[in-house]
Design a protein around this ligand. Structure first.
Ligand SMILES: Nc1ncnc2c1ncn2[C@@H]1O[C@H](COP(=O)(O)OP(=O)(O)OP(=O)(O)O)[C@@H](O)[C@H]1O
Ligand SMILES: [Mg+2]
Length: 535
């Protein structure tokens, strides 16, 4: 049957009718004709064929036209076939019943060939158009459904990302707040322990004091990691050679790691530089590498790859367009389940047993990378290994070597200091330390009293040590007031947060920043530096 050759089923029990109908149809178009002599035969035939039109006699024995019509209309794949009733009498009652049952039309016997052909062709054409429309509509609906599904999954993905970053932000604030307060207490502990150390010759006391100092120092490292997570820790902004940092980490790892783990360097870019804090970035990569080594208890390969990549906006969410130095750290270890993968950056999330992991390694790493305006991505499959990809804004500036600090205590005898800090423990210990170093110290636990004292005594003060975060009047506000009294006032700003956080007040003229908790040597060194600049 050609494409436009339509199929017509004639259902009639009178052979004469069929003999008349068939030639009329054949003379006026290309039709494929099927014939059934009664309703039951017709229904049987309709199990095999689907015609485009049915000519149905009303008056038939057993199953009459109306009943046949009813059954056809009740069959879902046949119900749209137009049915034209063939009727001898043109009675309105018949017409009404026929239309009620779903007939499309009537032709009456004896047949007028022109009328018959006109009706047949019209109904076939109507059906063809209906079918066409239906197919088009179905296609449109299908396309739109797919589009909606895509939009929905894209929206869900974005919502997921947003929720994840809001969660990290909230945890960050919480962790940062706790770490900040904890840091102040540590300052007190370290200061007091140092005081004991400088005031005793007793071996035993010295030993215990050193134990306190060691414990406090590792707690300080912990809070430093938490503050790094809270994105308040970037301390310097110098060019960092990522390849060199990787080499240094590798040396360290080679010494401590199982020899069954092979380290591979795949430096595709020799100038993979970013601006930032080298020790923080090294720590970040070290955390990832140590985790990788833990994930390969039976040995494996740890591969570092570096290269540069141009990113467009939205290539990676949160990163703006530009050139990025990319570090990939790949292990062939155990891999992670999706549940673990989704939580690895949360502080204190660990799958390692008690005393084996704090769950802070990757949190600090996450914070450090965020702080460097970068991004960290993770791909992992159980049994296949894990890949961390770090994106850091590339820098064309090269590294300059900076001198290391020496842990000695300079002579600052006679220096006159004003110390303002709202933490009682800091005030007491710092004062004691400074008195030990034979300085003159005046302390205040709030800015207002400090300023009042400074007003009357500023000629007697060499340096002011000022806490950044205080209730009522913060460090910055106090500094502004001090400057009004003495524009040349020398101030050391102390804070648990990073220098970057204090940038505004540093820009305003505060000469020195010191990170809490500070040690005697660090504080005295900064004081000595300022004193030497005075002369
Ligand atoms: N390369 C890796 N392969 C498999 N699992 C990993 C990998 N890196 C991290 N993980 C999973 O992520 C968790 C969190 O890592 P994270 O470094 O934050 O904490 P930790 O290693 O458990 O403890 P910490 O680093 O504080 O000693 C790990 O406990 C581990 O389940
Ligand atoms: Mg770890």
């Amino acid at each position: 049957m050609s494409e436009n050759e339509k199929r017509i089923l004639i259902v009639d029990d009178t052979p004469t009718n069929i003999r008349v109908l068939v030639p009329i149809l054949m003379d006026h178009g290309k039709f494929q004709i099927n014939i059934a002599n009664n309703g039951l035969d017709a229904l049987k035939l309709l199990e095999k064929i689907v015609p485009d039109l049915i000519l149905l006699d009303v008056m038939m024995p057993d199953l009459d036209g109306f009943e046949t019509c009813k059954r056809i209309k009740n069959t879902s794949h046949l119900k749209d076939i137009p049915i034209i009733f063939l009727t001898a009498k043109n009675e309105t009652e018949d017409l009404a019943r026929g239309f009620e049952l779903g007939a499309a039309d009537f032709v009456s016997k004896p047949f007028n060939s022109v009328e018959l052909i006109a009706r047949v062709k019209t109904h076939i054409e109507l059906k063809t158009n209906r079918d066409l429309l239906k197919t088009r509509l179905e296609k449109l609906v299908h396309e739109r459904t797919l589009q909606l599904e895509n939009e929905t999954s894209e929206k869900l993905k974005l919502k997921d990302q947003l929720m994840q970053s809001q969660k990290m932000e909230a945890i960050g604030q919480l962790a940062g707040g706790v770490a900040h307060d904890f840091n102040n207490q540590l300052g007190g502990i370290i200061g007091s322990a140092e005081l004991i150390r400088y005031n005793t010759e007793n071996e035993k006391i010295l030993k215990y004091t050193n134990m306190i100092l060691n414990a406090a120092q590792s707690s300080a490292n912990l809070t430093k990691q938490l503050l790094a997570f809270a994105r308040k820790g970037k301390e310097t902004n110098i060019p960092v050679d990522l390849n060199k940092a990787i080499k240094q980490i590798s040396q360290l790892l080679q010494r401590s790691m199982d020899k069954k783990i092979k380290i591979v360097h795949n430096f595709e870019e020799m100038n993979a530089f970013t601006l930032g804090d080298p020790s923080q970035l090294e720590n970040a990569m070290l955390n990832i590498s140590i985790n990788a080594s833990h994930a390969m208890p039976e040995g494996g390969t740890l591969t570092y790859r570096t290269y540069l990549k141009e990113l467009e906006d939205n290539d990676i969410s949160q990163l703006s367009r530009g050139t990025y130095a990319v570090v990939e750290i790949n292990d062939t270890g155990t891999g992670m389940t999706q549940e673990v993968r989704e939580r690895i950056f949360e502080p204190f999330f660990t799958t390692k047993g008690k005393d084996k992991g704090t769950g802070l390694g990757l949190s600090a790493t996450y914070g450090a990378i965020q702080q460097h305006s970068g991004a960290i991505l993770v791909d992992s499959e159980i049994g296949e290994g894990t890949k961390f990809t770090l994106y850091l804004p590339a820098s064309s500036e090269k590294i300059q070597n900076s001198a290391n600090t020496v842990d000695s205590i300079p002579d600052i005898k006679g220096c006159r200091l004003l110390l303002i800090d709202d933490e009682e423990i800091i005030l007491t210990t710092a004062k004691e330390i400074l008195l030990q170093l034979e300085c003159k110290v005046q302390t205040f636990d709030n800015g207002v009293d400090g300023i009042e004292y400074f007003k009357d005594n500023h000629s007697e003060i060499d340096i002011v040590i000022l806490d950044k975060i205080m209730p009522e009047m913060n460090g910055h506000e106090v500094f502004k007031e001090l400057k009004k009294i003495d524009p040349k006032v020398d101030v050391i700003l102390a804070s648990g947060y990073s220098e970057e956080q204090a940038q505004e007040i540093l820009n305003d003229g505060v000469k020195t920043f010191i990170r809490k908790p500070y040690t005697i040597s660090l504080l005295s060194k900064e004081i000595a530096k300022l004193l030497s600049q005075k002369d």
